[in-house]
Design a protein around this ligand. Structure first.
Ligand code: ATP
Ligand code: MG
Length: 316
C-alpha cells in the first residue's frame, strides 16, 4: 500500500503581483486566484509523488474555496477532513517580490476559514483509520496560538500512535505575532523524525551554526533526518547514522520561487517514507523545487514522480 501522509493547516488562494518592488503599496496588477497555503502545496505534491494523501483544514463556502478544493481533489487528496466553513471566507495571501528576490506577503489567515479547521478525537481516529505513516507541519500554520494548539495536539496524539512527524519551520516574518511561537516550534522538534528548514529558517533558529552542529543536537532529541533547503544553491541533508548528501540546484529561470520549499518537502517526505534511497529522494526533491520555481503560482509547478524522474535523467 502506498505511504499515507497527512498535512494540516491553512488553505489559501494566492495572488501574485506581476511587477516587482510595489510592496502592495502601489496600484498594480496581480495574477490569481491560485490554490495555495504551504500545507496545501505540500499535500498536493505528496499526492503527485505517489502518497495516499489526506488534509486537515477548512475553506469558506465561496469561489476561492472551490478553487482550492478542486485542485486537491483533482490530484487525489482525500478531502474528508476539509471543513467548509459557512461563515468565514476562504483565506488568502498576496505576494509581491522585491528587486533582491525578497518577498512581502499580506495574509488573511487568522480571521478566515484557513484558521478554523477542527481537531478533535474523531480527527485523530479518522487519520489513524486512514493508515497514516507521516503527518507534516509547516510553521506557517502556527500563525495563532489557537492554530498552534490544535496542530500540536494532533501531532502529539498521532506521534503517540506511531505516526512519524515531519516539520518545516517555514518562518514567515508576517506571521510571527505569537510570543509562544518558538515554544511550540521546540515541542514539534522534540517529536519530529524529519526536520526540513530553509537557510533562512536555520539562521533564525540556530544563528551562526553549521548544519552538522545543529543536526547533532537534533539527532540527540530523536530526529532522524535534517534536510537544509538552500534555494538556488540546492540542498544538504544528514541522517542520524552520519550518512549525508549535498545536491547542487538545477539551472532554471526562476519565475516565482514561492512554494518551492513546500514542494521539495512533499517530494522528500513521500519518497523517503516509501523506501527510496536517501540520495535519490534528495535528488528528486531538488528537482521538484527547481520545477516549482519556474512557474508563476505556488502550486502550479508541482510535478508527478514520472516528470521528476525524467527531469533528473535529463529527459525533460
Ligand atoms: P518557500 O518557503 O518559499 O516554499 P523555502 O525557502 O522553504 O521556500 P527554498 O530553499 O527556496 O525553500 O527552495 C526549496 C528547494 O527548491 C531548494 O532546496 C532547491 O532544491 C529548489 N530551488 C529553490 N530555488 C531554486 C532556484 N532558483 N533554482 C533551482 N532550484 C531551486
Ligand atoms: Mg519554506
Amino acid at each position: 500500500m502506498p505511504v499515507g501522509i497527512a498535512s494540516i493547516g491553512e488553505l489559501l488562494v494566492e495572488f501574485v503581483s506581476t511587477e516587482a518592488g510595489g510592496g502592495h503599496r502601489r496600484v498594480g496588477t496581480y495574477t490569481g486566484p491560485f490554490p495555495s497555503g504551504a500545507p496545501g502545496i505540500f499535500i498536493d505534491q505528496a499526492a503527485q509523488s505517489g502518497a495516499r494523501a489526506i488534509f486537515v483544514g477548512a475553506v469558506g463556502r465561496d469561489a476561492f474555496g472551490e478553487v482550492v478544493l478542486q485542485r486537491l481533489r483533482e490530484h487525489g487528496v482525500d478531502d474528508s477532513l476539509i471543513a467548509v466553513d459557512l461563515e468565514l471566507p476562504t483565506g488568502s495571501a498576496f505576494v509581491s517580490y522585491n528587486a533582491d528576490g525578497s518577498r512581502d506577503f499580506v495574509y488573511n489567515i487568522l480571521h478566515s476559514a484557513a484558521a478554523s479547521f477542527l481537531v478533535d478525537d474523531a480527527t485523530v481516529e479518522r487519520l489513524l483509520g486512514f493508515g497514516l505513516d507521516v503527518v507534516h507541519v509547516s510553521g506557517s500554520a502556527l500563525a495563532s496560538p489557537e492554530m498552534a494548539r490544535k496542530i500540536l495536539h494532533l501531532c502529539k496524539a498521532l506521534h503517540e500512535n506511531g505516526v512519524r512527524v515531519s516539520f518545516d519551520p517555514n518562518i514567515r516574518k508576517e506571521l510571527l505575532g505569537d510570543p509562544g511561537y518558538f515554544g511550540i516550534v521546540n515541542q514539534l522538534i522534540d517529536i519530529c523524525s524529519m526536520f526540513l528548514p530553509s537557510d533562512a529558517d536555520a539562521e533564525v533558529l540556530f544563528p551562526g551554526e553549521e548544519l552538522e552542529t545543529y543536526a547533532a543536537s537534533l539527532f540527540a532529541k530523536g530526529v532522524e533526518y535534517v534536510v537544509l533547503k538552500q534555494g538556488d544553491r540546492g540542498a544538504s541533508a544528514v541522517h542520524r547514522s552520519g550518512e549525508h548528501h549535498k545536491v547542487a540546484a538545477h539551472k532554471v529561470q526562476p519565475a516565482d520561487p514561492t512554494g518551492a520549499g513546500d514542494c521539495f518537502c512533499g517530494t522528500f517526505v513521500t519518497l523517503i517514507s516509501s523506501g527510496f534511497a536517501f540520495r535519490e529522494a534528495l535528488e528528486l526533491a531538488n528537482a521538484a523545487g527547481a520545477l516549482a520555481v519556474k512557474k508563476v503560482g505556488p502550486m502550479e509547478g508541482n510535478s508527478t514522480l514520472a516528470t521528476l524522474k525524467a527531469f533528473v535523467a535529463g529527459r525533460a
